[in-house]
Write a protein that binds this ligand. Structure first.
Ligand SMILES: Cc1cc2nc3c(=O)[nH]c(=O)nc-3n(C[C@H](O)[C@H](O)[C@H](O)COP(=O)(O)O)c2cc1C
Length: 308
């Protein structure tokens, strides 16, 4: 019998497989198609202080080996999330992590402070791939911006762990990971979507109403593996900060790769659109793999890629 449980910065997950932000609504929707008790955790779509309509259609399109989206953070806003969505999510038998997004530092702080009061949210995940309207800079792309954001959020999280989700749209992911860890991150998620664009050659218009968007799915998997590997070896292992590897995981082999690269847990997003039950097969496959590797716990394989 192998032990598939994971201690993610003090949050106990029954297995390392998580459903990724923005791909399973406010949690309860996923429970219609997949037994949440089979997952380690579910991350909500990003919640903002005020409700957001998001971008007009098309906001999600299929491309070769992936999906392109520019949803524009459509969500019901903090008040309705707390009143309607969180109580429904709390009935689900798995760990719930709430994702937060905002336009300025104060937006994040207000939402984080409200989430910290909830007994149902052991951790929040900060979606920092948002421009700060105060200076126009993306928090995820500038180490100083990220540090100033985290410095303000950390004090309002008295009981809730702070997970920081990094963007791959940077020249040096290690610098951003270091900034997040210096800023007090308890865990890092990597990666968010890769900036990309698709054009309809018949109409000569971008396929997404927003123009550019974020690429997800198998096309970005090797980028995620490289970034997890780099961050694990350069900074997170030594700092004792666990990584959640995310990007194009469709099969247990994809998840195993991220674990060997250094991820303690693994997220699945685009795969849920293809087959909402796929995380169950991934957990099963990983369990067999751990056994075949002669290990008694999945944690023994974290970062164990042979670099020689
Ligand atoms: C339709 C869609 C909506 C998303 N919405 C969010 C979101 O609200 N917040 C967030 O942090 N990431 C969001 N993401 C990014 C995913 O959480 C994930 O980082 C990315 O899709 C890569 O994983 P995948 O290849 O397994 O999908 C979204 C992705 C997709 C496809």
């Amino acid at each position: 019998m192998v032990d598939m449980s994971v201690n993610l910065a003090g949050v106990a997950l029954r297995n390392p497989v998580m459903a990724a932000a923005g791909t399973c609504g406010y949690v309860a929707e996923l429970a219609d198609v997949l037994d949440p008790a089979r997952l380690g955790a579910i991350v909500t779509k990003s919640i903002t202080r005020e409700p957001r309509e998001g971008h007009p259609p098309w906001r999600v399109v299929e491309v070769e080996r992936g999906m392109l989206n520019a949803v524009g953070l459509a969500n019901v806003g903090l008040d309705r999330f707390l009143a309607e969505k969180l109580p429904a999510a709390a009935t689900v038998d798995t760990v719930i992590i709430a994702s937060i997004a905002g336009n300025c530092i104060d937006d994040y702080v207000q939402v984080a402070a409200a989430f910290d009061k909830s007994e149902h949210l052991p951790a929040v995940e900060l979606n920092v791939s948002c421009p700060n309207t105060d200076d126009g800079l993306q928090f995820a792309e500038h180490p100083e911006s990220l540090r100033s954001l985290l410095k303000e959020i950390l004090p309002v999280l008295s009981q809730t762990k702070m997970i920081v989700k990094l963007s791959p749209n940077v020249g040096d992911i290690v610098t951003m990971a270091r900034a997040a860890i210096d800023g007090g991150a308890d865990a890092l998620t990597l990666i968010n979507t890769v900036s990309a664009m698709a054009i309809d050659v018949r109409t000569r218009k971008p396929r997404l109403s927003h123009g550019a968007g974020g690429l997800s799915g198998p096309a970005i998997h090797p980028i995620a593996v490289r970034m997890v590997h780099e961050v694990y070896h350069a900074v997170s292992r030594e700092a004792g900060v666990p990584l959640i590897g995310l990007g194009g995981v469709m099969t247990w082999q994809d998840a195993a790769e991220l674990i060997l690269a250094g991820a303690s847990a693994v997220g699945m997003g685009t795969a849920l659109f293809v087959d909402p039950q796929s995380p169950i097969a991934v957990v099963k496959g990983l369990t067999k793999w751990v056994q075949q590797q002669g290990c008694s716990s999945v944690t023994e394989l974290v970062g164990q890629v042979d670099n020689t």
